[in-house]
Design a protein around this ligand. Structure first.
Ligand SMILES: [Zn+2]
Length: 654
């Protein structure tokens, strides 16, 4: 089975009206150029979301202006040049087939077969229980049988809620409430998963060594059939908060490779966009520093025009990354704390409180994962539950085991509550009793002397909502709420807009019981709202009391910089980043790295003895000192990215 290292992905959704598909395509020149970029894994469309095939099909609809077997020629050329080729199928969208077979399309919950807005690829989607299901499987089998391919990427198996007669009948037979949108969406997800499994089974019957990748509906529910995970993020349109969450999360789902796909363009369907070199490179480096393999997405020009400027940029970037390949190859992230967020993939992709928690830990240079119930939590010293993690029996049981092992928990907002019980699931361990919602608006707080380091001596804002708690015996109040003169409201005559802090209440803002700290407000939501450095500082003070020897410490390194640690046998690598996305109108952009000087990196030794520290790939040695279980080096200069390698002494037995 191929192990993808440096990947290229080509989107090739071509409108039926394009009259000259493939006319300029020089397959030898194209594959030669791809090979020169150092690409070993190429994903290319067998059938696009227009429902049109780019190979000689007896089952599907070949693009009407394509006069030869484009995918077949590509497959031959790739095989000769040692490039592993994967066939792409858009499974959820197939417009041409949907036009001819309206009974194959999704009948949406609102009774329409076309969605709004009309001008997106998702205007018409497919039903996974209709005749389309067998048709799609047959096309996949046709491609896997007829072409020497290494992989299969199945895209867009999204849980579109379908109430077509076939789905309604099946829901009725299975006792599913077809009149409830959530139930129908869950049914659609189950149908998508069943189809994904069927496709994988049939494809592997023909080619057992085939790499399978589905990126919908959920990584966790497809981990038994996927051979790797694809994370797709275009920061110019998805923003810069998405990849960090996915990078720290997807790698925890078993031991599968994770591929990090960015794009050469600003958005899908943007044929004329070519991002600056540093914008593309910084995304790929973020992935490599977190154990993800690089992939660059592009648009194939339907005529087959060779896009030399794009390939030049890719070659330059990949050549630079490949110079450090020996330190990236099979390197695993090293982490010792985690954010626990056992929610749906939709929450993991979009929730602001999770993004904020990830951002804060990155700014604090902590080495962490984002985990759900699908991973083992036993290796982590501290579990962090941001803002709204409602406890189930299973979460409570696992947290209790963690606490009983002498390890720490930080929870915030309503995390830890059990809704049915209207209280904390682990009330004794939390050391507080839930008393209902807190109504201060705005809420201020002040911190006691134990945890006030670095904080200004004044009432500080929380920028979020919270709960009232009553402290149980033995629990310490470390921060307390301050009420405003008046809540923010309209009283019929006055708009109470100016609400300064008036007096300290008896209500806790932060409690600590043993090794469990609880913030009664949603501080991560507050940080997302206003980027309050004070909220981050207080969180950091709490974390430091539980985790006084983090994996990495730094000096003279700004908050915007990032530090990640990976390891291979006998060495650890510290990845130092200094890129800042800048909002330029509507779009965040990175055009260049920021220069840093004299950065101190202090890496925890654990049981290792580092005998050499150097910058890769040049192998420029850095002098270092060992103190209190850490190895400290100074990086004289860095711009954008530096890779610092800490090598262990290797004992040679004679
Ligand atoms: Zn249906």
């Amino acid at each position: 089975m191929h192990q993808p290292k440096y990947c290229l992905f080509y989107d090739n959704h071509t409108m039926k009206s394009v009259p000259d598909v493939g006319e300029n395509f020089d397959v030898q020149a194209f594959t030669e150029r791809v090979k020169r970029c150092g690409v070993d894994y190429l994903v290319f469309h067998a059938r696009c979301n227009q429902g049109l095939a780019y190979y000689d099909t007896r089952i599907g609809i070949k693009h009407p202006s394509l006069k030869y077997d484009l995918f077949g020629k590509l497959s031959e050329a790739c095989n000769k040049k040692g490039i592993a080729l994967a066939a792409y199928f858009n499974a959820g969208i197939s417009h041409e087939e949907g036009l001819y077979h309206r009974d194959w399309t999704t009948l949406y919950f609102d009774g329409r077969s076309l969605r709004e807005p009309r001008l997106t690829p998702h205007v018409r989607t497919m039903c996974y229980n209709s005749g389309y299901r067998d048709h799609l499987i047959a096309m996949v089998k046709e491609v896997v049988s007829n072409y020497a391919i290494a992989g299969l990427m199945v895209d867009c198996l999204i849980s579109y809620p379908c109430v077509c007669p076939v789905c309604v009948r099946e829901m009725k037979e299975n006792g599913i409430d077809w009149s409830d949108l959530d139930s129908v969406t869950r049914f659609s997800e189950a149908s998508a998963i069943r189809l994904a499994k069927e496709i994988a089974k049939e494809a592997k019957k023909i080619n057992p060594g085939l790499l399978i990748s589905n990126n919908y509906p959920s990584y966790e529910k497809l981990k038994d059939i996927n051979n790797y995970y694809d994370v797709v993020c275009l920061p110019a349109s998805d923003g810069y908060e998405f990849l960090p969450v996915m990078a720290h999360y997807v790698r925890t789902l078993g031991d599968l490779p994770v591929i990090n796909m960015t794009g050469r363009f600003y958005d899908w369907g943007d044929f004329g966009g070519l991002l600056p070199e540093e914008a593309i490179k910084s995304e790929l480096l973020y992935g490599l520093a977190n154990g993800m393999r690089p992939n660059i997405g592009g648009h194939f020009h339907p005529r087959g025009d060779l896009e030399t400027a794009v390939l030049d940029r890719i070659e330059k970037i990949y050549t630079e990354l490949q110079a450090r390949e020996e330190w990236y190859d099979n390197a695993k992230p090293v982490t010792d704390i985690c954010i626990v967020y056992p929610k749906t993939i939709h929450n993991l992709r979009n929730d602001m409180e999770l993004r904020s928690a990830v951002r804060i830990l990155c700014e604090l240079k902590q080495q962490f994962d984002v985990v759900t119930l699908s991973s083992d939590w036993s290796k982590y010293q501290v579990l962090i539950f941001p803002d709204s993690v409602i406890f189930t029996d299973e979460i409570a049981r696992r947290v209790k085991t963690h606490i009983d092992a002498g390890r720490s928990v930080i929870s915030t907002g309503i995390s830890g509550l059990n809704i049915q019980k209207s209280g904390f699931e682990l009330e004794k361990e939390w050391g507080i009793k839930y008393m209902g919602e807190n109504d201060l608006n705005p809420a201020y707080f002040t911190v006691g002397k134990n945890l006030s380091s670095g904080l200004p001596e004044m009432p500080l804002s929380l920028y979020s909502s919270g709960i009232d708690v009553q402290v149980l015996e033995g629990t310490r109040i470390e921060a307390i709420l301050i009420k405003p003169y008046q809540n923010r409201l309209w009283d019929g005559n006055y708009a109470f807009f100016y609400n300064p802090p008036q007096e300290i209440t008896d209500k806790p803002a932060l409690t600590i019981n043993g090794k469990v700290a609880h913030f009664s407000y949603k501080i991560f939501s507050g940080y997302y709202e206003k980027a309050s450095v004070e909220l981050r500082r207080l969180f950091s003070n709490v974390l430091n009391t539980f985790h006084s020897a983090p994996l990495v410490k730094v000096e003279n390194l700004p908050a915007f910089a990032r530090v990640f640690v990976t390891e291979q046998p006998n060495r650890q690598m510290v990845h130092l980043f200094s890129y800042i996305p800048e909002m330029r109108g509507n779009t965040p952009m990175i055009e260049e790295g920021v220069e840093l000087h004299d950065v101190k990196i202090i890496l925890r030794n654990n049981d290792k003895i580092f005998s050499k520290v150097y910058l890769a790939p040049e192998k420029t040695e850095l002098s270092f000192e060992v103190l209190n279980g850490y190895t400290k080096v100074s990086v004289p200069e860095s711009k954008g990215y530096s890779l610092i390698v800490f090598e262990q002494q290797i004992k040679i037995e004679i």
